[in-house]
Write a protein that binds this ligand. Structure first.
Ligand SMILES: Nc1ncnc2c1ncn2[C@@H]1O[C@H](COP(=O)(O)OP(=O)(O)O)[C@@H](O)[C@H]1O
Ligand SMILES: [Mg+2]
Length: 252
C-alpha cells in the first residue's frame, strides 16, 4: 500500500472559549494527487492548513509526513510543504518580481548565482519569466498568485497547500493558474486546494473533502460525496453527478 505523503490522525483544535475549530480530523493525501477541500466559511479549512505546516499547535492529534511525525522536525517538514495564503499580497515581500522570487533561496543562504537560477526557473514555470524586472505592485491578481506559487516552488516544496487561490481571478487568471497546478501534479507534486469553486476545477481532482463545523462531513471521489455537497454549504454545480469531469475552467 502506498504511504500517504501527508496524513492527520485525530487532529483537534480547541479555542480558549472551549469551541472546537477542528474536531478529530483524520485524513490522508496520497503522493501526486490533487485534493480539493470545500466547506462553508468558518468550517475550519484555513485552520487545518495552518496546522499542516505547524503554524498552529494542535490540542490533540498527529500530523504525519511520509509516515513520520512532522513535529519531530518542523524545519524539514516546512521545506516539503509550500503554503499559499488566502491573501496574495501578504505573501509578496519584495519590490520586483525577481527579487521576490529570490527571497526564499537567499534566506536559505544559497549563493547568489544558484539562487538566481532557482528563482528564474520557478518564475518560468509560473509564466512570469517576462516580468522579472517589473514592480510587484504592477502585477495583476492572477500574476500575484503565480508569483506566490513561484516563491513556494523555489523552496523545493513537493506538497502545495493552496488557500482559495482563485478568489478574485478572471477566466484567464484561473485558467493560467490551473494549468500550472496540473503541470506540477504531473511532475509528482501533491496538491491540497481549498476552494468553493467546484465549477472551476473539480474535473482535475483525485478527491473531494467536504467540511462542516471543524469536521470532515465526507471524503472520497467527487461522485462518491456528490449528495453531501449542499450540506457542507457549498454550491453544487448544476450538472448530473456522473458529469463532474466536465467541471473545469480550462477550455475544451
Ligand atoms: N481565537 C478564536 N477563538 C474562537 N474561535 C476562533 C478563533 N479563531 C478562529 N476561530 C473560529 O474558527 C473557525 C474556523 O475558521 P477558519 O479556519 O478560518 O474557517 P474557513 O477557512 O473554513 O473559512 C471559524 O468559525 C472562526 O470564527
Ligand atoms: Mg479560510
Amino acid at each position: 500500500m502506498t504511504t500517504p505523503v501527508l496524513e492527520t490522525v485525530g487532529l483537534v483544535h480547541t479555542f480558549d472559549d472551549g469551541r472546537r475549530g477542528l474536531d478529530h480530523v483524520s485524513i490522508s493525501f496520497l503522493p501526486g494527487t490533487f485534493n480539493i477541500l470545500a466547506g462553508a466559511n468558518g468550517s475550519g479549512k484555513t485552520l487545518f492548513l495552518r496546522h499542516l505546516v505547524g503554524l498552529t499547535v494542535p490540542t490533540e492529534g498527529t500530523i504525519l509526513l511520509n509516515g513520520a511525525p512532522a513535529n519531530k522536525n518542523w524545519n524539514l517538514a516546512r521545506q516539503q510543504m509550500g503554503f499559499l495564503f488566502q491573501d496574495a499580497d501578504a505573501q509578496i515581500l519584495e519590490a520586483t518580481v525577481l527579487e521576490d522570487a529570490l527571497f526564499g533561496p537567499r534566506h536559505q543562504g544559497i549563493p547568489h548565482e544558484k539562487a538566481e537560477k532557482i528563482a528564474k526557473e520557478s518564475l518560468a514555470l509560473c509564466g512570469l519569466d517576462h516580468r522579472e524586472e517589473d514592480l510587484t505592485s504592477l502585477l495583476s491578481g492572477g500574476e500575484k498568485r503565480r508569483l506566490n506559487l513561484a516563491g513556494v516552488l523555489t523552496l523545493g516544496a513537493s506538497i502545495l497547500l493552496l488557500d482559495e487561490p482563485f478568489n478574485g481571478l478572471d477566466q484567464p487568471g484561473v485558467e493560467a493558474f490551473l494549468r500550472i497546478l496540473i503541470d506540477l501534479q504531473r511532475q509528482g507534486r501533491t496538491i491540497v486546494l481549498v476552494t468553493h469553486d467546484l465549477e472551476k476545477c473539480l474535473a482535475h481532482s483525485s478527491s473531494l473533502t467536504l467540511w462542516h463545523e471543524g469536521r470532515i462531513l465526507a471524503t472520497g471521489s467527487p461522485d462518491q460525496v456528490w449528495d453531501e455537497i449542499p450540506r457542507a454549504g457549498v454550491h453544487r454545480p448544476c450538472v448530473g453527478r456522473e458529469n463532474w469531469k466536465e467541471l473545469t475552467w480550462l477550455p475544451r
